[in-house]
Structures are given as structure tokens and as C-alpha cells.
Write a protein that binds this ligand. Structure first.
Ligand SMILES: [Zn+2]
Length: 273
């Protein structure tokens, strides 16, 4: 009878995929785990494990590197700066997520954007560098993006959008995933332009600001430089909200106030204080 069932499924791959999907869905339901975000200690319920998030992030990262191969910057001052800053932020964030495997890639693109995929793969576009200006400015952005990953905001967003099972199917090889579903998952991961379709919630953005500020301070950067950076963003946006990576960010004026409010905590987080 078992043999008969296997034969039946081999002849009907779509049914087999559907059954596999149900199993994945059921197992995800069972394994939803409770945990706390770093720094802010918010209790959250996340269905995707660290391992699954890392797989999903790595798959997308490799795809991006293939697509943007000609635009990858692999030497020079900007490259060295991005590597230097990311290394220091990664070392700090790695204490909260020891499983994550960190890597940063600088891509030549005239877009003021950066993101960190679940599992620790970071992408920075050269278009953000005129705004970040110095190491501390870049650290503010990288730490903010890395905080989205360590606080598992994408996994939360996938759940909120009922995309966890689709994400699990992509991890498993993506056979039964439609292009539209795939784009939705990308958006939930915060990838480039797609991210605008499905922004992080304001609460998550504010949380990433808070965690990011503490991370950059722990990494030895002056947290006051984060305020300077956000004020620069405010001026650059001239009243309009800043571009993509800040799409649904709390209004920049509000965020400057919030970040200033967290400065005493950030001061205490600096090494040697
Ligand atoms: Zn953000």
C-alpha cells in the first residue's frame, strides 16, 4: 500500500508538492517559537527558524550577486570603508545572533539604499555614500539594517502577510511558487525596490533605529553621529520623506527626537564607559 502511494505521488507531482506544503505548514505551526528582540526585549513569535531565515537570505543574496555581478565593487576606498564599518557592526550584532554568517557587498547603483537579509547578508548601494559621508554615518545605516535582521523583522512580516508557507516553499526549492508570490516574499525581506511594496511597520523601523543606535555605540562609534546623520537626511529630503530605505520610516523629524532620547543608553553602551 505504501509502495502504491509512492507510485501515485510520483505520477502526480503537483499533489505531492501540495502534500509537502501542508506538512511544511503544519510543522511551522508547531514550531513557532517565542523569543525576545535584542536591546528592546520585545517578546515576539516567529515561525521561521534561524536556519530557515539564513537559507532564505543566502538564496536571495546569491541571486542578487549573480544579477548584479558587473556592478559589484571589490576594491578602492568605498569598498574598504564598507568592509571596515560592516565588520565592526557584525562583531557586535553577532553576539545576539551567533548562528548568522555575515557578509557585505557594495553594489554600484545610484540609489540611496542598503539592506540586510535574514541571516546576515548585507547589501549597500554606492548611492547612499554621499549621504552617510563618514564611517559613523555609514555605521548608522548598516547598524539599522542589521538590527532588522537580528530582530527578525522579515520573519515577522512574512507571518503578518501570511507568506510563511510560501517562504518555506522557496527554501525547499521554490517549485510551486508563482512569480507574484516570489516578489511578495522579496518585498517582505526588504530587498531593494521591492521593499517599498511591503514596508516594515513603523514600530519595526523605530525598533531598528533603537537597536541600531546601541549597536553602533557598542561598536565604538560616537552615537551623536547618528543624530547628525538623521538630521542630514532630514535636510536632504527638504521636507519630503527620504528615499526607499526610509520609505515607511517614522517621519525623520520624529526619529531624530527618538534617537536623541536613546542617547544616554547609547552612551552607556560605548566600550569603556
Ligand atoms: Zn529600516
Amino acid at each position: 500500500m505504501w509502495k502504491g502511494l509512492v507510485g501515485f505521488l510520483v505520477a502526480r507531482p503537483l499533489i505531492a508538492i501540495a502534500i509537502a506544503g501542508v506538512f511544511v505548514g503544519v510543522s511551522l505551526l508547531f514550531f513557532t517559537h517565542r523569543q525576545k528582540t535584542p536591546v528592546t526585549h520585545r517578546t515576539q513569535h516567529v515561525a521561521l527558524t534561524d536556519q530557515q531565515q539564513m537559507q532564505l537570505g543566502s538564496q536571495q543574496y546569491n541571486k542578487t550577486l549573480r544579477q548584479e555581478r558587473a556592478q559589484i565593487v571589490s576594491s578602492g576606498t568605498a569598498y574598504a570603508q564598507v568592509q571596515r564599518v560592516a565588520k565592526r557592526i557584525e562583531a557586535v550584532a553577532g553576539r545576539d545572533k551567533p548562528n548568522f554568517v555575515w557578509k557585505v557587498t557594495l553594489i554600484r547603483k545610484n540609489e540611496a539604499n542598503a539592506y540586510c537579509l535574514p541571516g546576515g547578508k548585507i547589501v549597500v548601494f554606492t548611492g547612499i555614500l554621499p549621504l552617510t559621508q563618514n564611517d559613523a554615518g555609514l555605521a548608522t545605516v548598516v547598524a539599522h539594517e542589521v538590527a532588522h535582521a537580528t530582530a527578525e523583522h522579515s520573519a515577522e512580516r512574512l507571518e503578518r502577510e501570511h507568506l510563511t508557507e510560501i517562504a518555506a516553499a522557496i527554501i525547499a526549492g521554490g517549485i510551486a511558487v508563482t512569480p507574484a508570490q516570489y516578489v511578495h516574499v522579496l518585498a517582505a525581506l526588504g530587498v531593494g525596490e521591492q521593499a517599498a511594496e511591503l514596508p516594515f511597520s513603523r514600530k519595526q523601523e523605530s525598533e531598528a533605529d533603537h537597536i541600531g543606535l546601541i549597536y553602533m555605540a557598542r561598536a565604538g562609534y560616537d552615537p551623536h553621529q547618528a543624530v547628525t546623520f538623521w538630521k542630514r537626511m532630514l535636510r536632504a529630503s527638504k521636507g519630503k520623506e527620504p528615499p526607499e530605505f526610509a520609505s515607511d520610516h517614522p517621519s525623520t523629524a520624529r526619529r531624530v527626537k527618538d534617537v536623541e532620547g536613546w542617547l544616554p543608553e547609547a552612551e552607556r553602551a560605548r566600550p569603556g564607559s
